[in-house]
Design a protein around this ligand. Sequence first.
Ligand SMILES: [Zn+2]
Ligand SMILES: [Zn+2]
Length: 240
Amino acid sequence: MWVNELLSYWLQAPWAIALVMATCVHMTIYFAGAGLGSYFTSNLWPRLHLGQTIDTHPPRPKQVMGEIRNGIVACLVFGVISLSYRALCTGLWPASWPMGLLQITAFVVFNNVYSYATHRMLHSRQLIRIHRVHHHSVRVTPWSGYSVHPVEAVIIGATLPLFMLVVPLGIGTAFLLHALGMLFTTCIHCNYDLMPNCPDGNWIKRLVDDPGYHRLHHTRGNVNYGFTSRAMDRLFRTIG
Ligand SMILES: [Zn+2]
Ligand SMILES: [Zn+2]
């Protein structure tokens, strides 16, 4: 399979080639994800009367250009950090499906705790200067997800290598998890509610971080710190 051949080549390639390849992969996911997100939420879905825009104000002038600049730097940081996967990974894929599911579940739990803890830290008096770059986007766009300070990009990018120090992953699983994380980040910044008639008590809205939920973090600043699920916000009573 060409994916396996590519992954095997990447694992053995000289570091400079591996860096260029990894950065290209991150850029592709970022531009494809946010580009398609922009097209769906500002064009296709409104035309099909599917869901609704949450904040109807337009972004600030030149906001999107600034977000894309920050996003490109974040992709470069992720490219550098992904080189650490080469030292930490075990082969390409997990030995079996149950093992793969176990690894993914453990990572989702770890990611929820790690991202909540680091996000709360980034809101401390000492670190808010770094995190303010992300909060410049009050009216979020699909490009806002990776509009972060390079130091914050390092904190985000470190999630997988830190997890892999304890639970070694195949390189395919590691890239898949990182790619899905990038796409999810893009989704929660897309300023679009696909289920506007879904009541707040619905189990999806009680469990999963969605664009409306994360938008409230950008507008209020002191609620809804969680990533992917609302569990940590419920636990620490920071739900908005
Ligand atoms: Zn924040
Ligand atoms: Zn955000």
